[in-house]
Ligand binder design. Structure first.
Ligand code: GLU
Length: 292
């Protein structure tokens, strides 16, 4: 028996949806519709400093206007913080999480001292964390936390991989991919002021929502290395992945929230019909929308 495809669109309500978002939503919606599947909506609003209720409302309105109607109730991450805390506690109990008190400057200084090149990748502009706080004693950790020092919680990736062994996943566009989360070092999995992270919340939610096909932009391809590790550590299902290309304007630039004229609300106000937007997304010919 073949499983019905369950896929999702997972925007963060930090601004109005633009054509890049519409393309991501359309790609997921089309995958669900052509495979007799389900298209789900998830609002990724764990960061209260950047997310706004008005953008949450606006994005639902924009999707409905485009006819990209989601199946069943949406999932809003800010309503499920206890789930993420429980997952974090599991990782902590497995001895895989440690508090990190380093500032950005301290991380850079340590990298320079060790003579290593800050290992940067396009998708991860942060330098790889050199592990300064990984070896602090339990007593020192407790003392610094008690002293009120700010900290982030990092995942000990090498220790995690020792527990899971080698991992891989299937990407519909690129085939079988070997997971290499060690390339990103000990990533931040939560912070004192934000007790989860995109990685933890999104990975857990894909499982909870029964997503078996993650459709999202290529800019998140690298994140899948980390998500695959979290799935193995937390006993979550591994969906298939389809990372899609990112659409660009006529000068080859990716759409961003700053391109106000290209958000869906502005196009609507200019009298552009939703059918015209869907047709443009389908054919990839966006120029008539941009100039019309
Ligand atoms: N919330 C993310 C974004 O808006 C997408 C996350 C995902 O699809 O996994 O870029």
């Amino acid at each position: 028996m073949t499983r019905r495809t369950v896929t999702r669109f997972a925007p963060s309500p930090t601004g109005l949806l633009h054509l890049g978002h519409a393309f991501a939503a359309f790609t997921a919606w089309r995958a669900a519709k052509t495979e007799d599947g389900r298209f789900l909506l998830r609002i990724e609003d764990i960061d209260p400093t950047r997310c706004k209720a008005e953008f949450d409302t606006a994005l639902q309105h924009d999707l409905a206007w485009l006819g990209l109607v989601w199946d069943g109730p949406l999932r809003r991450q800010s309503e499920h913080m206890a789930d993420y805390a429980a997952a974090l506690a599991r990782l902590e109990q497995a001895g895989l999480i440690y508090p990190c008190f380093c500032t950005r400057a301290a991380i850079k200084a340590e990298i320079a001292r060790a003579g290593a090149a800050p290992h940067l990748s396009n998708e991860q502009p942060e330098p790889i964390y050199p592990g300064i706080c990984r070896t602090l004693s339990a007593a020192e950790r407790a003392a610094r936390i008690a002293h009120g020092e700010v900290f982030a919680l990092r995942l000990n990736v090498q220790a995690a991989l020792t527990q899971t062994g080698p991992l891989d996943w299937h990407d519909r566009n690129r085939g079988r991919i070997k997971a290499r989360p060690e390339r990103f070092g000990d990533i931040v999995i939560a912070r004192k002021e934000m007790p989860t992270s995109y990685h933890l919340a999104a990975t857990l939610d894909d499982h909870v929502q029964g997503v078996n096909l993650v459709t999202r932009g290529e800019d998140l391809f690298e994140a899948t290395h980390i998500h695959r590790l979290l799935q193995a550590l937390l006993g979550l299902d591994t969906p298939a992945y389809a990372h899609h290309r990112l659409i660009t304007d006529s000068s080859g630039r990716r759409f961003a929230k700053r391109d106000k004229a290209l958000n869906l609300a502005a196009l609507r106000e200019r009298g552009v019909a939703p059918e015209a937007i869907i047709a443009a997304l389908e054919t990839g010919r966006l120029d008539p929308l941009l100039t019309g």
